[in-house]
Ligand binder design. Structure first.
Ligand SMILES: C[S@@+](CC[C@H](N)C(=O)[O-])C[C@H]1O[C@@H](n2cnc3c(N)ncnc32)[C@H](O)[C@@H]1O
Length: 263
């Protein structure tokens, strides 16, 4: 299936038609994580609320391009940072939930992606003395939203039937905590791009889209969502704002032998 790759801005989604996308799967830059500070600053965001204002513009554009019944999945992690002398949690998942509901999305039960770790004792605090240690943030979220009522299908829709998962897959995938998908290797070249693993994209695409659907990743980075979508018989559109990352995604698509169209 072809992939369309656009150098552009998720806040506008120029070139993506209204009501054209069945499933948007994405991982945005995470507010309050040093890796993404410069990018948020370039968009004029100075603080936590400002960073979420930037992301909310993207959620609003995604709402525009989703077809009725279309779904949005957002992979996001919370953050820890000291601001004005106070070290605290910045609950990105909760803020995105609130912002998306305010836009009009229907929130759905979400997934907790617990990355298996090689450091079970990763720990922030002082020795073994209570009460001032911190719980480790070892889960990320996959938030799920729908635009409007359930998507309608004809009885015995052949594309839907061809997209079925097995009973074993259903039993494993539709539990809330996923602990069987490793994160992208830390320190590897893909971790610096914030890439998520293709296993995560494959599973979510099979759960929430149908063969032949159009899938969008508005913060597509290295294109993980797009290559998984193409392999799984979905059409894909990716949007990336950074020209260096965009060119890298173009090269990756070509290396994988996936036809990539540019506007
Ligand atoms: C967490 S990374 C996504 C990684 C991606 N899931 C992958 O597997 O490679 C977020 C990406 O969004 C891009 N980005 C940030 N702001 C953007 C915007 N306004 N429009 C489009 N892309 C943006 C960043 O350059 C970065 O590549």
């Amino acid at each position: 299936m072809p992939v369309r790759l656009l150098l552009g801005d998720a806040r506008r989604l120029d070139g993506v038609a209204d009501d054209s996308v069945a499933f948007a799967l994405t991982s945005p830059p995470y507010p309050m994580i040093p890796q993404w500070d410069a990018q948020f600053r370039a968009f004029g965001a100075r603080d936590y609320a400002g960073m979420h204002d930037v992301l909310a513009d993207a959620w609003r554009s995604i709402y525009r391009v989703l077809l009725p019944g279309g779904l949005l999945a957002v992979n996001i992690g919370d953050a820890l940072r000291r601001v004005d002398g106070v070290f605290r949690l910045w609950p990105n998942h909760a803020t995105i939930l609130e912002r998306c509901v305010a836009i009009g999305f229907t929130p759905l039960p979400y997934l907790l992606w617990k990355k298996p770790t090689n450091k079970p004792n990763a720990f922030l605090g002082s020795g073994f003395l209570p009460p001032n240690a911190y719980v480790t943030l070892d889960c990320e979220y996959v938030l799920l939203f729908r635009k409007g009522p359930l998507r309608a299908f004809a009885r015995h829709d052949p594309a839907r039937a061809a997209s079925a998962y097995s009973r074993a897959e259903r039993d494993r995938w539709f539990t809330q905590v996923w602990d069987d998908i490793r994160g992208t290797r830390q320190g590897g070249p893909r971790s610096r791009t914030g890439a998520f693993p293709s296993e995560l994209a494959d599973r979510l695409l099979r759960m929430f889209s149908v063969r032949g659907d159009t899938v969008l990743d508005p913060f597509c980075g290295t294109g993980t969502t797009l290559w998984s979508a193409a392999r799984l018989g979905r059409r894909a559109v990716g949007v990336e704002v950074d020209p260096v990352v965009y060119r890298r995604a173009l090269r990756t698509g070509r290396a994988l032998g996936i036809p990539v169209r540019r506007p």
